[in-house]
Write a protein that binds this ligand. Structure first.
Ligand code: PMP
Length: 394
């Protein structure tokens, strides 16, 4: 087999196992409903939690930013790519997050690549929850520190590993956890993690990609949700989900942010956010500072949908947030369920290995404040129909 034949053989294997990802194409803006592959469908799989991806105020702010600053940043942040719209965003984001400072980078993925290798050396230890997001795993791979993976949400296991790392002579102990686990929708036990971290003088870093704009007062995130301000050293966030744009950030003390500006490679070696992105994200922050009403609507919708699905007999796993996994376990069944949903007018992707462990395939439903109760009723009706057809529910 030549190189290309090898690639095709591997993809065929994915297809046989129900793990080949069907990439659909949108022909309209994000919203409760959108055009996908020529069909108007209900959107149940975007991270557009608050409906901000097509928000009028934010679109206007993006257009104004383009008119003032043009379409491209022209350089990396550390050369000629820092515009006052970036620094204003960082300032208002820090006030929103109740931290001293923030650093904005191109994506949440890049934010993890920015922080983790910059603050750890071979003399340090990183302790990571086994279900942490791929961008954390890759960030950890970029570090020379010794790696310890602790069992999902198991703070006792974390403490064992902290002891082990301390005894091995680690200089710095860096604990990293997702805030909201992106596939299961459950929350990190952050208060317990902080307690054990303080006992071992460890640094706590939380990736709150799915908590930003969702948890806490007006969507200030998981640290605000648990009232842990000042006790979590590093918050990583994204502007690509609830904030409706694209981008990522790190929030923390001024010394940390100043240091990252000198050391973080995505900041130093990749161009900054475009003016339109920065302008739109700034407006998103301002909307949330004004009112948390849209966040309340999101939670109300999530509760409504989950209760109806559970009443039908669907298993929504450990979800505590608007991320609603509908467990089907078998990857082929999950794929078939997703294709049937699409035929019925609903776009909800099936998720299988390696995004989730083998045997835990699912449809991952993402609820949005943009959905109406009628939209959610329509979804429930279709889940019931297909669930019965496929013998998932009675
Ligand atoms: N961290 C977590 C926990 C995520 O779920 C995601 C998005 N899948 C990211 C980071 C990456 O964010 P972005 O899309 O802004 O790169």
């Amino acid at each position: 087999m030549n190189f290309y034949e090898q690639l095709v053989a591997e993809m065929n294997e994915l297809k046989e196992n129900g793990l080949f990802v069907t990439i659909r194409t949108l022909e309209s803006a994000q919203g409760a409903w959108f055009e996908v592959d020529g069909k108007k469908v209900l959107n149940l799989c975007s991270n557009n939690y608050l409906g901000f991806a097509n928000n009028e105020r934010m679109k206007k702010a993006a257009i104004e930013a383009i008119e003032k600053y043009g379409v491209g940043p022209g350089a990396v942040r550390s050369i000629a790519g820092t515009m006052d719209i970036h620094t204003q965003l960082e300032k208002e984001l820090a006030a929103f997050k109740k931290t001293e400072a923030t650093l904005v980078v191109q994506s949440g993925f890049n934010a993890n690549q920015a922080v983790i290798p910059a603050i750890t050396t071979k003399d340090d230890a990183i302790l990571s929850d086994e279900l942490n997001h791929a961008s954390i795993i890759d960030g950890v791979r970029l570090s020379k520190a010794k790696k310890y993976v602790w069992k999902h949400k198991d703070v006792k296991d974390l403490e064992e590993k902290l002891k082990e790392a301390k005894e091995a002579g680690a200089r710095r102990l860096l604990i990293i956890t997702d805030g909201v686990f992106s596939m299961d929708g459950d929350l990190a036990p952050l208060p317990e993690i902080v307690e054990v971290a303080e006992k071992y003088d460890a640094i706590v870093m939380v990736d709150d990609a799915h908590g930003e704009g969702v948890l806490g007062e007006s969507g200030r995130g998981i640290v605000d949700h648990f009232h842990l301000h000042g006790r979590v050293h590093i918050e990583v966030g994204t502007l690509s989900k609830a904030f409706g744009v694209v981008g990522g950030f790190v929030a923390g003390k001024k010394e940390l942010i100043d240091y990252l500006k000198q050391k973080a490679r995505p900041f130093l070696f990749s161009s900054s956010l475009s003016p339109a992105e920065a302008g739109a994200a700034l407006e998103a922050v301002r909307i949330l500072v004004e009112s948390g009403e849209v966040v309340e609507r999101l939670w109300d919708n999530a509760k409504y949908f989950k209760e109806k699905l559970n009443a039908l007999g669907f298993d929504t796993w450990h979800s505590e947030t608007p991320i609603t996994p509908v467990m089907l376990y078998d990857a082929k069944v999950a794929k078939e369920f997703s294709l049937k949903l699409f035929e019925e007018g609903i776009f909800a992707q099936s998720i299988g290995y390696p995004t989730v462990p083998k045997g835990l395939a699912r449809i991952r439903v993402m609820i949005s404040a943009a959905h109406t109760k009628e939209d959610l009723d329509f979804a429930v009706e279709k889940f019931e129909k297909i669930g019965k057809e496929l013998n998932i529910i009675k």
